[in-house]
Design a binder for this molecule. Structure first.
Ligand code: UDP
Ligand code: MG
Length: 333
């Protein structure tokens, strides 16, 4: 009897010592994949008994049965915590809500559709445990199964943003990464409204190990991103982490002032020598519209920064949680 008590005590002690790994999973209309994902998570985490897990599902205002399924999963598995937004706030907000509420010593973000293979987790954890790295990030080395045009523009985008910003974004980088607590705290501290997580991860620094893997296609359901949404997201990335567009606008302005100044001098000289032939108004009209276009373009760039500043100044919450089964959850932030 005494022996058993002693054993229980030791087991309890070990239990307390176990590190917690939080998995943040943003879900928007993912009813088709949640079951598959949960099974896979059970399988993978079953192989890692030395850790406790928390599956932090963030329901980003889904219009299908995602929330109902999450509730059912929570009943069956007490590691499932769901945070349900009051409406769709976007994946960035969902990730931020996860970071703000994750209890883990290690925290990972993972897509719901299995494109971020949970099977990579054990390897990722060993890198963190080695003490050499603060985070383990993943990148796709292939973009198989993705429309060619999308891959093409994605590559160009990564080249451009690395050239003109200090965000340090790796080509093919996914949001799937496992981080230590310190890094999560740094991300939470970056409370900007216009969020571009790939840039934020790069900007805060820390030692990162990159794990390459082959692209996996969605297990079920459909992608929530069309070309236009991705295009806008990439512009967000650029405007959030770089002032280069503003500099380009200034340089263009300067260049045109210089050119027009030379032209004025030339015209005056020509008039003084040959008189005033009243010709060339079509070319003049072209020049005026051209310069008008450039001016509007530059004003548009400034408008981008102004609108971003406007959103930041308003300090609206990033997310509003309507329903959750978790304790001590920050519902608005
Ligand atoms: N997602 C989200 N809110 C959105 C759009 C997407 O939480 O407004 C989630 C989605 O449920 C998935 C992840 O973000 O878990 C990635 O989305 P998706 O697979 O559609 O993007 P893709 O892999 O095609 O880039
Ligand atoms: Mg996907």
């Amino acid at each position: 009897m005494e022996e058993l008590k002693e054993k229980n005590k030791i087991e309890k002690k070990n239990e307390i010592k176990k590190k917690i790994i939080s998995l943040i999973i943003p879900c928007y209309n993912e009813e088709e994949v949640l079951g598959i994902l949960h099974e896979e998570l059970k399988k993978v985490t079953g192989k890692m008994p030395q850790y406790n897990f928390e599956f932090l599902f963030v329901n980003d205002g889904s219009k299908d049965k995602t929330l109902e399924i999450l509730k059912m999963m929570a009943k069956e598995d007490d590691r499932v915590v769901y945070l349900s937004f009051s409406k769709n706030f976007g994946k960035e907000a969902a990730m931020y809500a996860g970071f703000c509420n994750a209890a883990g010593d290690y925290v990972a973000v993972m897509d719901a559709d299995m494109q971020d293979p949970p099977a990579l987790l054990p390897e990722m954890v060993t890198y963190l445990e080695s003490g050499e790295y603060d985070s383990v990030a993943t990148r796709r080395v292939t973009r198989q199964g993705e429309p060619k045009i999308r891959s093409f523009f994605a590559r160009k985008f990564y080249k451009l943003i690395n050239k003109i910003s200090d965000a340090d974004v790796v080509d093919g980088a996914r949001d799937f990464r496992l981080m230590k607590r310190e890094m999560v705290d740094a991300i939470v501290a970056m409370g900007e409204q216009n969020r571009f997580s790939k840039g934020i991860f790069g900007w805060i620094g820390f030692k990162t190990k990159w794990l390459p893997f082959e692209n996996v296609e969605r297990a079920a359901g459909e992608t929530k991103w069309n070309f236009w949404k991705l295009f806008k997201y990439s512009l967000d990335g650029i405007f959030n982490f770089s002032n280069a567009p503003l500099q380009i606008a200034s340089v263009i302005g300067l260049l045109f002032t210089f050119v027009s100044f030379i032209a004025i001098v030339l015209i005056i000289v020509r008039k003084a020598i040959w008189g005033d032939p009243v010709e060339g108004w079509p070319s003049l009209a072209c020049i005026i519209t051209f310069i008008g276009g450039i001016q509007l373009f530059c004003m548009g760039i400034m408008g981008q920064y102004l609108s971003k500043t406007y959103m930041e100044v308003k300090k609206r919450p990033h997310f509003i949680i309507g329903e959750t089964n978790g304790e001590d959850i920050k519902k608005i932030k």
